[in-house]
Design a protein around this ligand. Structure first.
Ligand code: HEC
Length: 114
């Protein structure tokens, strides 16, 4: 039920963004929304992707991609994406508005050493 709601929200809200026409990227992004939510600030440990700085996003995804931890969820997700898909997802998420503006928006300097 929650994932269905997230999927509907992705379809609905994506219309406002410039990646609107890119069905492939929207499909990929909707699979992320199951864990990361759609625009909303996440109450749990999984951070929101909406409004994320694109440089931070790419740096994080590349860190996941080069990780040797094959059991980590994000390592598998990142390794399954091409560099081009990561770039387009970075743009897609950076253009999404957060439903809750009080959530901290990470800046590039927040990236830890992976
Ligand atoms: C099964 C749940 C799950 C799915 C699906 C998922 N993620 Fe994640 N993601 C996580 C978890 C858990 C973390 C925190 C991991 C960590 O910090 O080591 C995370 C962290 C991230 C981060 C780092 C964010 C930050 O602020 O540090 C990015 C970027 C990210 N995910 C992108 C994606 C993208 C893009 C997709 C879809 C292609 C996706 N995730 C799908 C669970 C998921």
């Amino acid at each position: 039920m929650r994932s269905l709601l997230a999927f509907i929200l992705v379809l609905f809200s994506a219309q406002a963004f410039s990646m609107e026409g890119n069905t492939h990227i929207r499909t990929l992004a909707s699979s992320c929304a199951i864990c990361h939510g759609q625009g909303a600030a996440q109450a749990g440990a999984i951070p929101s992707l909406a409004g994320l700085d694109s440089t931070f996003f790419i740096k994080k995804m590349n860190a996941f991609r080069s990780s040797a931890d094959e059991h980590a969820v994000m390592v598998q997700h990142a390794k399954g994406l091409t560099e081009d898909e990561i770039q387009q997802l970075a743009l897609y998420f950076s253009e999404q508005r957060r439903a809750c503006p009080v959530a901290k928006k990470p800046v590039f300097s927040d990236v830890g050493a992976h």
